[in-house]
Design a binder for this molecule. Structure first.
Ligand code: HEM
Length: 90
């Protein structure tokens, strides 16, 4: 079973409007180097960018994203989760 790829599986889950909205806030949803950045922050011990994105998608961090919905289905969330579990592959 090939591992989940950012380019093949994750990036297409974000639409242009979402990418543009978040780029303005410094969150680069379409950028592998941003989303797979291994750096920690005061909340996550590694890959803080991706983990904050996931927490906003699930609603663990609020306001939940995408702002105003529609929120992701369990299947979409599973793709992003598998990407993280699979080692943030390109
Ligand atoms: C799937 C799509 C989206 C994801 C994964 C996402 C992710 C995030 C993340 C991670 C933050 C926290 C940023 C930070 O504190 O550094 C955030 C905040 C924010 N996002 Fe989004 N976003 C999405 C779509 C959108 C859209 C479409 C809009 C505009 C309509 C939007 C507007 C905002 C705003 C205004 C904030 C700051 C609000 C706050 O934190 O209180 N986002 N989003």
């Amino acid at each position: 079973m090939p591992s989940t790829s950012f380019a093949q599986d994750v990036s297409k889950l974000f639409n242009v409007g979402q990418v543009n909205c978040m780029t303005a806030i410094g969150v680069h949803l379409d950028s592998y180097s941003y989303m797979a950045d291994p750096s920690a922050d005061n909340i996550y011990a590694d890959h803080a960018n991706a983990r904050h994105v996931y927490a906003r998608l699930t609603g663990d961090e609020t306001p939940r994203m995408p702002k105003g919905g529609p929120f992701w289905t369990p299947a979409m969330l599973a793709i992003f989760y598998d990407w993280m579990q699979g080692g943030f592959q390109p």
